[in-house]
Design a protein around this ligand. Structure first.
Ligand SMILES: Cc1ncc(COP(=O)(O)O)c(C=O)c1O
Length: 369
């Protein structure tokens, strides 16, 4: 008989604890017809801006659009280069290519698997317009050093905070460091909608106004019928905003659960497996708990977990610069990214993971040594 499953991500448990609040918002949306825009979007935008410690949050359709809208809002496109870590979800690079700019892929640090200021500095050219600071796995990039090296060149630092809701660097939250940040509310994210959703956060009032307009058919700020710029439709639904407001109240509790699980993994993980670590100044939110398996082939590890009914994932097995449509942007072999992409494996991680489950996962890993 197969062992009891250990889920990679358990959204059902999270939703069960707030079911009454979610259904109340569903009923309220049906009663008010507040499907697009309206009060629930404004309420969520204000709450999320406060949570991130910024002046503005603009709800958009998804995290990819958030990044693309930031680039467009900053006037970045044809003829510009944007520095992107090769170890990220494809959307980071996709947004750059969609606006007509060229992604310049850089390697990552071997301990944190994140982009570093030194790697960025080495990739700067006269065409560099921006850098995508991806807080991958829920751990923050060293934003202080990154701002330091980019400032003299007038390069915009854009945060891809899709996996990092609530993460901090020296106590200051993701989404409040760069000129703007893109968040995803894809259901599996730490703060997830019950469908697609995203947001841009920024302290820049003019940029927030431009992005709000771009995401809403280029509408003038206070006019339904005037369209000042060529925009598109990338709005956050009223229903999703209302549901996200309920979930935002729980986010810190859920983050606490994730951090507790990560601390126990750190303690119990057998020596053959190295966890991706975070810098001392960072407090992560463990969107994912990623380990590297240097000695034992990853497929052997994955098979053992599957045989024991334990969920796992790989983030990401094919780095961006090796993906077919992006290969013409390859400038060099990226040793850390290329090596780690064949070694990394994501263990079950969610706020409700129990000590018993973590012990069972680590026991299976220990059995492979
Ligand atoms: C690092 C990163 N960037 C961008 C995105 C894009 O977000 P979305 O799926 O909401 O478009 C995601 C998530 O999917 C992501 O993990």
């Amino acid at each position: 008989m197969k062992a009891k499953p250990i889920q990679f991500l358990d959204l059902r448990q999270s939703h069960e604890t707030i079911r009454a609040g979610l259904t109340e918002q569903w009923d309220n949306t049906l009663d008010t017809n507040g499907f697009i825009g309206g009060a629930s979007v404004t309420v969520f935008e204000k709450a999320f801006a406060r949570y991130c410690g910024v002046a503005h949050a603009v709800g958009v359709a998804n995290g990819t659009d958030a990044l693309e809208l930031i680039l467009t809002g900053l006037g970045i496109g044809q003829g510009h280069e944007v520095i992107v870590p090769a170890n990220t979800f494809i959307a980071t690079a996709e947004a750059v290519v969609r606006v007509g700019a060229k992604p310049v892929f850089v390697d990552v640090d071997s301990a944190t698997a994140l982009l570093t200021a030194d790697l960025v500095e080495a990739a700067i050219t006269t065409r560099t317009a921006a850098v995508m600071a991806v807080h991958l796995y829920g751990q923050m990039v060293d934003m202080e050093r990154l701002l330091e090296v980019t400032r003299p060149h007038g390069i915009a630092v854009i945060e891809d905070a899709a996996q990092a809701h609530g993460a901090t660097w020296k106590g200051k939250r993701a989404g409040s460091w760069g000129i703007a940040a893109g968040f995803s509310f894809y259901p599996g994210k730490n703060l997830g909608a019950l469908g697609d959703g995203g947001a841009v956060t920024t302290d820049d009032h003019a940029l927030a106004t431009t992005i709000r307009s771009l995401a809403n058919h280029g509408r003038a700020e206070h006019s339904k019928y005037e369209h000042d710029i060529v925009g598109r439709n990338s709005r956050l639904d009223g229903l999703q905003a209302a549901l996200l407001t309920v979930k935002l109240d729980e986010l810190d509790n859920w983050t606490k659960g994730r951090r507790g699980a990560a601390a126990l993994y750190d303690r119990l993980l057998p020596d053959s497996f190295v966890p991706i670590t975070q810098a001392e100044e960072a407090v992560g939110v463990y969107h994912l708990y990623v380990i590297r398996s240097e000695k034992i082939p990853r497929q052997v590890v994955a098979d053992a977990l599957s045989d024991n009914n334990i969920g796992w994932g790989i983030h990401y097995p094919i780095p961006c610069h090796r993906q077919r449509p992006y290969q013409n942007h390859v400038i060099e072999h990226l040793p850390v990214t290329d090596t780690q992409s064949s070694q990394i494996l994501s263990l079950p991680m969610h706020p409700h993971l129990t000590s018993d489950e973590i012990e069972r996962v680590c026991d299976v890993l220990r059995g492979l040594e």
